[in-house]
Design a protein around this ligand. Structure first.
Ligand SMILES: CC(C)(COP(=O)(O)OP(=O)(O)OC[C@H]1O[C@@H](n2cnc3c(N)ncnc32)[C@H](O)[C@@H]1OP(=O)(O)O)[C@@H](O)C(=O)NCCC(=O)NCCS
Length: 204
């Protein structure tokens, strides 16, 4: 008598019974828009690639591309021999500072995982209002207009940034690159301190 029955939360009061249905966890879902692969481009022989800015997730693809290059390609791109692309360098090349760098990649999405077939980049020197470029297209994709495409995009990017010059070092033996740059209007300057190397530049 006089005892207040203990409240049986689980049978007497629906409001107090913990919900077991999926509603309990239902929250407005944020659906991310599908990530763009980039701009679709075509090689002279009709193969398809996607042009986009480099991303941190491209590090493994960059390393795989390096392993497909000939020693000559590597020397022409980096101006010295390198047996492998160290992780620290691959990390640095894929984690760019957009305020001072632009890097475009050409991705082959017809294979899994997607492979990087070309890359072009600039590094801005604010004090000189100019940018140094580098470009690379892997051998099986060469002579397809991709080097010219990457260079043109880098020139456009430098113009957008309001820079007055784009320049780079090229080995004098690197006829393909010297020819490509000549066609884009670059001029060549020999470097007395670096025999075998030219500095090529374009005033913007
Ligand atoms: C140099 C390099 C970027 C050229 O790339 P690519 O995609 O083959 O170049 P493209 O197909 O856009 O060629 C554009 C023009 O360059 C010239 N060119 C390219 N390759 C050439 C070659 N092997 N011989 C002569 N001219 C060549 C041609 O005038 C060509 O126009 P065309 O094909 O209508 O005649 C590429 O060979 C490469 O990555 N080399 C190794 C790295 C390197 O040297 N980087 C440059 C220093 S940073």
């Amino acid at each position: 008598m006089g005892m207040t029955p203990a409240i049986d939360y689980y049978s007497n009061s629906r409001a107090l019974v913990p919900l077991r249905s999926p509603e309990r966890f239902a929250r407005p879902r944020l659906v991310e828009p599908p990530k763009s692969k980039g701009e679709r481009v075509q090689t002279h022989d009709g193969r398809e690639l996607y042009l986009r800015g480099i991303e941190p997730g491209d590090m493994a693809a960059l390393k795989r591309q390096f392993s497909r290059l000939s020693p000559e390609d590597i020397r022409r791109r980096f101006l010295h021999s390198m047996g492998e692309l160290p992780d620290s360098m691959a990390l640095r090349l894929t984690h760019i500072d957009p305020a001072l760098e632009t890097a475009f990649v050409l991705m082959d999405e017809t294979v899994q995982p997607a492979e990087l077939r070309g890359v072009g980049r600039i590094f801005v020197d604010e004090s000189a209002n100019s940018a140094e470029f580098s470009v690379l297209v892997e051998p099986h994709w060469a002579r397809q207009g991709l080097g010219a495409l990457l260079m043109q995009r880098l020139v456009d990017d430098c113009r957008k940034r309001g820079l007055s010059e784009i320049w780079g070092y090229v080995l004098l033996e690197n006829r393909p690159m010297l020819q490509l740059c000549k066609e884009l209007g670059f001029v060549r300057r020999l470097m007395p301190d670096e025999p075998g190397t030219a500095q090529i530049s374009l005033q913007l």
